[in-house]
Design a protein around this ligand. Structure first.
Ligand code: ADP
Ligand code: ADP
Ligand code: MG
Length: 453
C-alpha cells in the first residue's frame, strides 16, 4: 500500500480523500493555491504544499507544479478528485512518467472517455445502444443541416470534449440550428480547447440513470448499482439518489449488465461511471463514461456500504476486485442534495462571501460532506458547490423525511444557497412519487415564479 498520497484538489472532495487516507494509515498531502490558505483541507491533511496562484490555471490545473510538489514531498501516488485534472490524460501520463501512481483510470481510458464521439462508436460496436447521432464530428453548417434532416428535430448539439453540462444546445428546427451552430463551435473551442461537435437526437422527457463501476488491473469489473440523477438544472445535477425510483428489477439488471459490457469494451480500470438516458418507453441509451470519482458517489456508498475512495486507492495499489453486485449487502435509500452558493431567487447567481453563522445538521441518517466552517471566506475563484448533504433510511419516504429535516436545521448565513429550494422540492408531490424527468427543475422554478405573480 502507498505510504503517502498527494491530494490534487480542493474543497469537499479533498477532505473526502484525506479522510480515506487517514483511515488507511496513509499520510496525506494537501495542495493549495494562494487563495486557499485558510481552507479546511489544509488543516486535516498531514502535510501541505502551495502550488501556485488563486487562478486555477496556475495552480489546480498546473500539471508541472503538482507533479513537482508530489516529488518534493515524496508522495507515491496522486489522487485527483473530480474536475480539474481528474480526467486529463496528460496528467495521468505525466504522473506515470515521473514514477507516481495516478489513482484513477489508465491514460487510454481517459483519452477515450474524453472523446465522446469515439466512445460512442466503440459502444455501438460492442452492441450497446447509443442515441442516434451524427456518424462522427460535424464540421460545418451544411453538414449539420443534412444530418439533422435525417435524424429529425429536435436535436442536441454537444461538444466531443465537453463536460460539466457545458456546451450543450437544443435546436428545435433548422432556423435555430443555423443560429446556434457557430456559437456552439466557438464555445467548445473556448471551454474545452476542442471545437469538435456532434449532434444527437433529442430524447423527450428522459431520466438520467448512471451505473457505478469498479475494475481491477486484471480485468475484473463489477457494477455497484445505479444512481438516479434526473433532477438537473442546465444539464448539471442537483439532486441524486440511489436506487432509482424509476427502475424495475429487470431493467436494473439489464442496464447493469450493459454498463459492465461498456466498461469491458474499453478495458476500464478503477472507478468510473457509465451514464445512460432512459426514455419514456424504458429504452436506455449510453451517453458517456465519466472516468473519475463522481460528486454523487456518496449515495452509492451509503446503500452498498462500500467506500469508493478507499476502493480506488486499493485498486490502484494492485488490489483485486473479488465481488460482484449480487454479493453486495445492498439496502435502503440514499438522497444527496448538492448545496451551491447560488441564489435560486435570482437565477442561481453565485453568492460568495464569508460564512458568519454555520450550523450543520446532524442526527440519524445524515451525512454531510463539506469544507465549510464558521468564519470561512469563500474564494471567488472556484466552483459554487459548498456542501453535499446526504440522507439515508430504509425507505425512500424515510430518506426524504430525513433530508427535509436536515435541510431545515442547516444554517449557512448570510450566503444565499440552494437549501430553501431543496426544502420545497422535498414537499413536491411529483418528486415524492419519484415521477419526474430532466425537465423537473425548470418546470418547478417556473411554476413557483407564476405563483408569486
Ligand atoms: P456532460 O458531459 O456535460 O455531462 P452529457 O452528454 O452527459 O454531458 O449530458 C448531460 C445531460 O444533458 C444529461 O444528463 C441529460 O439531462 C442531457 N442530455 C444529454 N444528451 C441528451 C439527449 N440526446 N436528449 C435529451 N437530453 C440529453
Ligand atoms: P459529476 O457527474 O461527478 O457530478 P459534474 O459533471 O457535475 O460531475 O462535474 C464535477 C465537477 O467538475 C463540477 O464541479 C464541475 O463544475 C466540474 N467539471 C466537470 N467537467 C468539467 C469540465 N470539462 N471543465 C470544467 N469543469 C468541469
Ligand atoms: Mg454527463
Amino acid at each position: 500500500m502507498f505510504k503517502k498520497i498527494l491530494v490534487a484538489n480542493r474543497g469537499e472532495i479533498a477532505l473526502r480523500v484525506i479522510r480515506a487516507c487517514r483511515e488507511l494509515d496513509i499520510k496525506s498531502v494537501a495542495v493549495y493555491s494562494e487563495a486557499d490558505e485558510k481552507s479546511l483541507h489544509l488543516k486535516l491533511a498531514d502535510e501541505r504544499i502551495c502550488i501556485g496562484p488563486a487562478m486555477s490555471a496556475g495552480s489546480y490545473l498546473n500539471i508541472e507544479n503538482i507533479i513537482n510538489a508530489a516529488k518534493k514531498v515524496g508522495a507515491a501516488a496522486v489522487h485527483p478528485g473530480y474536475g480539474y485534472l481528474a480526467e486529463k490524460k496528460e496528467f495521468a501520463e505525466a504522473c506515470e512518467n515521473r514514477g507516481i501512481v495516478f489513482i484513477g483510470p489508465t491514460p487510454e481510458n481517459l483519452k477515450l472517455a474524453g472523446d465522446k464521439i469515439s466512445a460512442k462508436r466503440i459502444m455501438a460496436d460492442a452492441g450497446v445502444a447509443v442515441i442516434e447521432s451524427s456518424p462522427g464530428s460535424v464540421t460545418n453548417l451544411d453538414n449539420a443541416l443534412g444530418i439533422c434532416k435525417k435524424i429529425g428535430y429536435p436535436v442536441m448539439i454537444k461538444a466531443s470534449g465537453g463536460g460539466g453540462g457545458r456546451g450543450i444546445r437544443i435546436c428545435t428546427d433548422e432556423e435555430m440550428l443555423r443560429e446556434e451552430f457557430a456559437i456552439a463551435k466557438a464555445e467548445a473551442r473556448a471551454a474545452f480547447g476542442n471545437e469538435e461537435l456532434y449532434i444527437e437526437k433529442y430524447i423527450a422527457n428522459p431520466r438520467h440513470i448512471e451505473f457505478q463501476i469498479l475494475a481491477d488491473r486484471s480485468g475484473n469489473i463489477a457494477h455497484l448499482g445505479e444512481r438516479e440523477c434526473t433532477i438537473q438544472r442546465r444539464y448539471q445535477k442537483l439532486i441524486e439518489e440511489s436506487p432509482s425510483p424509476g427502475l424495475t428489477a429487470a431493467l436494473r439488471e439489464a442496464m447493469g449488465e450493459t454498463a459492465i459490457r461498456a466498461a469491458t469494451a474499453v478495458k476500464y480500470f478503477n472507478a468510473g461511471t457509465v451514464e445512460f438516458l432512459l426514455d419514456l418507453d424504458d429504452n436506455f441509451y449510453f451517453m458517456e463514461i465519466n472516468a473519475r470519482i463522481q460528486v454523487e458517489h456518496p449515495v452509492t456508498e451509503l446503500t452498498t456500504g462500500i467506500d469508493l475512495v478507499k476502493e480506488q486507492i486499493r485498486l490502484s495499489a494492485g488490489g483485486m476486485l473479488d465481488y460482484s453486485y449480487d454479493d453486495l449487502n445492498r439496502r435502503g435509500w440514499a438522497i444527496e442534495c448538492r448545496i451551491n452558493a447560488e441564489d435560486p431567487e435570482r437565477n442561481f447567481l453565485p453568492s460568495p462571501g464569508t460564512v458568519e453563522t454555520y450550523t450543520p445538521p446532524g442526527g440519524f441518517g445524515v451525512r454531510l460532506d463539506t469544507h465549510l466552517y464558521q468564519g470561512y471566506e469563500l474564494p471567488i475563484y472556484y466552483d459554487s458547490l459548498i456542501a453535499k448533504l446526504i440522507s439515508f433510511d430504509l425507505t425512500r419516504q424515510g430518506a426524504i423525511s430525513i433530508m427535509k429535516r436536515a435541510l431545515s436545521e442547516f444554517v449557512i448565513s448570510p450566503l444565499k444557497t440552494t437549501i430553501p429550494l431543496y426544502r420545497r422540492i422535498m414537499d413536491d408531490p411529483s418528486f415524492r412519487k419519484g415521477d419526474f424527468d430532466t425537465g423537473f427543475i425548470h418546470k418547478f422554478v417556473q411554476e413557483e415564479e407564476e405563483d408569486d405573480d
